[in-house]
Design a protein around this ligand. Structure first.
Ligand code: KG4
Ligand code: ZN
Length: 341
């Protein structure tokens, strides 16, 4: 192959972050611009889809311009345009997809639609230059909890997933219940530091017919019941203890399922991805468990764990060099499944 740099402009707008990035040769992030709407949605206690779409439209051109500027490139320098086309909020996704199609058409550039979860997984390649498949990846975000066997670039096998709430969703809901507000993950992590993780015994769900599946709705209900019980008895809840005990229950299940899969499939490398993967207590627990097994543990920096476009640029690069192309009929698919094309 010709020794040419492949430059990808990546666009991400699946939820409440408007993001654009320039990634060279799949692992070299030249810019990673993120315009977060968190402050806006905090007012409503969660993401309001209609507001998210409107904000994406306001910000997207600006974010792309800044990403190109910071990378010191123009649109003409790009070899491909990569964009998240699912899963996510349909109106939000459509903004990025329409923008990517317009740019690809105007500048006659190849268009590559990227799966959002594939992007999260690929975030691990950015700072771990030596990491290559096969490896096992635990994807824990606000919308997804997947245990994925990464067989090769672009080749995934889902071993398990959540039957109800995603891990991040559970963090967000419990945070709201104990008065911490949105987004719950980072807030629970912060207060949990001051709390006792053994203060309240919350359940750890095991699923008989799905050894790698997860369920967090029972845990969420248990926390709500505990709070109601305390209120009825006139006992003040200790926010930090509830946060720490809840967080421990989530982490225990994530670690147990991941370690079971590592053993079963003889995996030598393990990675984590998604917003919840930025949780330091989770990282430490997984690191320790991996060390015990002699398994190499990989994780992205927090900025590459939560939604960003750099990860989409990485996944888009591997799709691009594998010859994947999308036409101008590319559509947003809100419930797109991993491995589906
Ligand atoms: O990957 P992400 O940015 O968006 C989705 O694709 O869903 O993940 C957002 C989720 C939210 O539920 C947020 O509460 C959670 O990740 N999160 C955390 C932490 N930081 C973000 N959960 C636990 N601990 C954290 N430090
Ligand atoms: Zn995400």
């Amino acid at each position: 192959m010709e020794n040419k740099e492949v430059k990808v402009l990546a666009i991400e707008s699946s939820c409440d972050e408007t993001a654009a990035a320039v990634v060279v040769n799949g692992r070299d992030v030249r810019s990673n611009v993120i315009s977060s709407q968190i402050d806006l949605h905090t007012l409503y206690g969660g993401v309001v889809p209609e507001i998210a779409s409107r904000k994406h439209i306001e910000k997207i051109n600006q974010v792309i311009e800044q990403a190109l500027q910071e990378a010191d490139y123009t649109l003409d320098d790009m070899d491909a345009i990569a964009v998240t086309y699912g899963p996510g909020l349909v109106g939000a996704l459509l903004v990025g997809v329409a923008e990517a199609k317009a740019v690809a058409y105007a500048k006659k550039k190849p268009l590559v639609g990227v799966h959002h979860i594939e992007g999260h997984i690929c975030a691990n390649y950015i700072e771990n230059k030596e990491l290559e498949p096969p490896f096992l990846c635990l994807v824990v975000s606000g919308g997804h909890t997947h245990l994925v066997r990464v067989c090769d670039y672009g080749k995934y096998e889902i071993l398990g997933k959540t039957r109800d709430d995603a891990a991040g969703e559970a963090f967000d809901k419990v945070a709201r219940a104990i008065g911490l507000g949105y987004p719950g993950g980072p807030k629970i992590e912060k207060v949990a530091h001051e709390g006792n993780p053994h203060a309240v015994e919350f359940p750890r769900a095991k699923i008989d017919d799905g050894p790698y599946d997860f369920s967090f709705s029972g845990l969420k209900s248990a926390v709500l019941n505990y709070i109601n019980g305390c209120n009825m008895k006139g006992i003040d809840i200790v926010q930090a203890d509830v946060a720490a005990s809840f967080q421990k229950a989530v982490i225990d299940v994530l670690v147990a399922n991941a370690m079971r899969a590592i053993d079963e499939f003889g995996m030598e490398k393990f990675a984590i991805a998604g917003g919840v993967a930025s949780n330091r207590t989770l990282r430490e627990a997984l690191k320790e468990a991996c060390e015990k097994k002699g398994v190499e543990f990989y994780y992205p920096s927090p900025v590459y764990c939560t939604d960003n476009a750099a990860m989409i640029g990485v996944a888009g690069y591997y799709d691009y060099i594998a010859g994947k192309r999308d036409g101008l009929d590319l559509n947003a698919i809100p419930n797109l499944r991993l491995g589906e094309r």
